[in-house]
Design a protein around this ligand. Structure first.
Ligand SMILES: Nc1ncnc2c1ncn2[C@@H]1O[C@H](COP(=O)(O)OP(=O)(O)OP(=O)(O)O)[C@@H](O)[C@H]1O
Ligand SMILES: C[C@@](O)(CCO)CC(=O)[O-]
Ligand SMILES: [Mg+2]
Length: 330
């Protein structure tokens, strides 16, 4: 049995635009998905994922049985829900050249699902790491990132960047532009505050929405390129440790994401609550549609303001996690 964990992330800048080759800067945070994998003596895949609920049912998935006794929803929905773990299992079989390996997989996570904190990347990164090790193969973090990207790409219908999976695999703040993925070594202290509306957005659908806007309107394509300009400017601010400038650029980035149709009323309300409490800046993080915003604030004020914001269900601080995927138990 092997247990691995991998962190979630927030985007300082650049989500969505990164899918079209612009740079982005995601930062790993100290909230992890932990995946336990044990090889079975048959070729089945059984998934226990207490956090993954469909219409209120906790998912217990068994690839060998047609009936899903614990769940009263369509099997196709369940299979979509466990797509990341199926993909992780496939990658491990491929890496170990064991096409018929079966797994018992248990997921525990402190990253809310579908909320922009990269739960999918963390689950798939930790899942690939644990499953390959269980089969006796040790991959480097970069190799895990590559395989995790292939899974995200497939589950998101061929529309995914390397940003979430690379960040989760290597940890810290990273810069991703197309296939070029690197760690950012000099990072100022980033006082992240998260606001979470309790909702979620479907990453695949939101990405598809931006894609069609971009194809329809020249100015939407320009908006995506402008997000890239913000990221390049932001990198300069990171090098200079200029938190005020980082905040201003986050505000600008949020405005453009809003224009691309991926914000929501509650995300905007949380962004405004953080801004009005004198945070340096605030923006949605991840795919959007619902879920989380990230603000930069080194006082208690943004957290307090978010606590009293209708639509904000939870608020917490997030520390940069310099560690990526790691083995917890082997
Ligand atoms: N704890 C978990 N157990 C099992 N599956 C999970 C878990 N957390 C996430 N997942 C998988 O990831 C999916 C959510 O991924 P999605 O990309 O939509 O959101 P996200 O990664 O949280 O946010 P974003 O991509 O915007 O950062 C879930 O539907 C599920 O398939
Ligand atoms: C919206 C997006 O840019 C980030 C989701 O966390 C999608 C991706 O990069 O694959
Ligand atoms: Mg995701």
């Amino acid at each position: 049995m092997v247990v691995s964990s991998a962190p979630g992330k927030v985007y300082l800048f650049g989500e969505h635009a990164v899918v079209y080759g612009e740079p982005a800067v995601p930062c790993a945070i100290e909230r992890r998905a932990t995946v336990e994998v044990e090889e079975r003596d048959d070729d089945a895949l059984r998934v226990h994922a207490a956090d993954l609920t469909l219409d209120g049912y906790t998912v217990e998935y068994d690839s060998n049985s047609d009936a899903h006794p614990d769940v009263d929803v369509a099997p196709s929905l369940i299979e979509a829900g466990v797509g990341y773990l199926n993909g992780a299992a496939e990658q491990a079989r491929d890496a170990a050249d064991r096409p018929n390996a079966g797994f018992e997989i248990t997921v525990e996570s402190s990253i809310p699902l579908g909320a922009g904190l990269g739960s999918s990347a963390a689950v798939v990164v930790a899942g690939i790491d644990a499953a390959t090790r269980e089969l006796g193969v040790d991959l480097t973090a970069r190799e895990v990132a590559q395989r995790a990207y292939e899974v995200e790409y497939e589950v998101q219908d061929g529309q995914a960047s390397r940003a979430d999976t690379f960040c989760s695999a290597v940890g810290g703040a990273v810069r991703v532009e197309g296939d070029d993925c690197r760690a950012i070594t000099e990072v100022p202290n980033l006082p992240f505050v998260i606001g979470y509306d309790g909702g979620e957005g479907d990453t695949g659908e939101l990405v598809a929405g931006v894609r069609s806007l971009r194809e329809e309107y020249e100015f939407a394509a320009t908006t995506v390129e402008t997000i890239g300009d913000i990221v390049r400017e932001g990198e300069q601010a990171i090098r200079e440790g200029d938190i005020e400038e980082l905040g201003r650029l986050m505000d600008f980035n949020h405005g453009l994401l809003e224009a691309l149709g991926v914000s929501s009323r509650s995300l905007d309300e949380m962004v405004w609550a953080a801004r009005e409490s004198n945070a340096y800046g605030a923006k949605l993080t991840g795919a959007g549609g619902g879920g989380c915003i990230v603000a930069l604030d080194d006082t208690e004020e943004a957290e307090t303001a978010l606590k009293y914001t209708p639509g904000c269900e939870q608020t917490f601080r997030a520390e940069l996690d310099t560690e990526g995927v790691r083995v917890e138990e082997a």
